[in-house]
Design a protein around this ligand. Structure first.
Ligand SMILES: [Zn+2]
Length: 165
């Protein structure tokens, strides 16, 4: 017997940073500033990610491209690598993501690629914390409660049946 299941999720949408609370607005502004540090000579598409940790520390990452294209890394994974490497026992609570083209901030939001969704999911699992996701365009800001919404039916450690420390 075929049973059709439905997956849906809700998210918040805002028109600009002025509508956000102070902490979220600060994080978006830092993500935008971090995008200026991206090394993106090939795509000219600069992305910044800023992660607020439970302690209040903010950790950033930008995309770093490479002439050997697969060797590049996205801003989100760059930031999470920084968290794991330098703030191992702190827990991410929220990540803001913004992008710049040669014309400036993107009007629309940009969303994490599949690789980054998988890595954000692993970081939620590692830290035991849900990570709010703020997608920040110039004219639209979307806030999603957890990566589970962007990556439903995800592959994770439960599939491997392992208990990590
Ligand atoms: Zn990515």
């Amino acid at each position: 017997m075929i049973r059709t299941k439905n997956i849906s999720f809700s998210y918040e949408e805002y028109e600009n940073t002025e509508e956000l609370n102070k902490d979220d607005r600060e994080l978006v502004l830092i993500a935008r500033e971090t995008a200026l540090n991206a090394y993106a000579p090939y795509s000219k598409f600069r992305v910044g990610a800023a992660i607020r940790l439970e302690s209040g520390i903010i950790v950033c990452g930008a995309n770093v491209e490479n002439a050997a294209f697969p060797s590049g890394i996205c801003a989100e994974r760059s930031a999470i690598s920084n968290v794991v490497s330098n703030h191992h026992n702190d827990k991410p609570t929220v990540i803001a993501i913004a992008a710049l083209t040669e014309k400036g901030l993107t009007d629309e939001t940009i969303s994490p690629c599949g690789n980054c969704r998988q890595v954000i999911a692993e970081e939620e699992s590692r830290s035991g914390n849900k990570i709010r996701i703020i997608l920040a365009g110039r004219n639209k800001i979307q806030i999603i409660d957890s990566i589970s919404s962007l990556l439903p039916l995800q592959f994770n450690k439960m599939n491997l049946k392992v208990n990590l420390p």
